[in-house]
Design a protein around this ligand. Sequence first.
Ligand code: TIU
Length: 221
Amino acid sequence: MKHRIAARPFDYTLAAGATALVVIDMQRDFIEPGGFGASLGNDVSRLLPAVAPIAALLAAWRTRGWPVIHTREAHRADLSDCPPAKRLRGNPARRIGDPGSMGRLLVAGEPGTEIIAALSPAPGETVIDKPGKGMFWATGLHEALQSRGITHLVFTGVTTEVCVQTSMREANDRGYECLIVADATESYFPEFKAAALEMLTAQGAIVGWSTDSKTLLAALY
Ligand code: TIU
């Protein structure tokens, strides 16, 4: 079954059951004070408006038994999957792997890499730790999605122009039909969020489509 979703720059056709909801990096390290996002000098409260729309989309996907993918930006404890170029770049207050109030920044298994309680993964949902900004780099995700017949991806999470945009671009190059939900993604920089949504959908959906959660949810009923 197909669902027609009003979207920019034109309607998106969602394939029921073959469309995964992707929730990018809704982990404490980006959303709560004391984590990696704050260490870069950001106002982490800016990301909170995305939480309720993502929760509503998760409920809709779970009711239908459709696939859900959660990602976390998280490195191995020995940082062997964190290139020096990533760890050493800039002059942050604290670097990846340094101790913070939620454990070592962006290290798998530490409290900071836990997905926030409001969006906790349900049993059976896929959770992947990714060492890069994009969800396909060094994760094996493409093969996992292909084996499950997933052809369409609906993107949510943080931050719009960093991990969400990178993941959506990687997905587009791998042949997925990609939709981003504008109110279910946030950035520390509102102007970057707006620009990212524009550039993803420009030139006849060069990377994909955008819609809002109310339009998407209404179209599923
Ligand atoms: N800094 C920033 O905006 N984002 C990241 O570092 N990672 C993600 O977007 N998840």
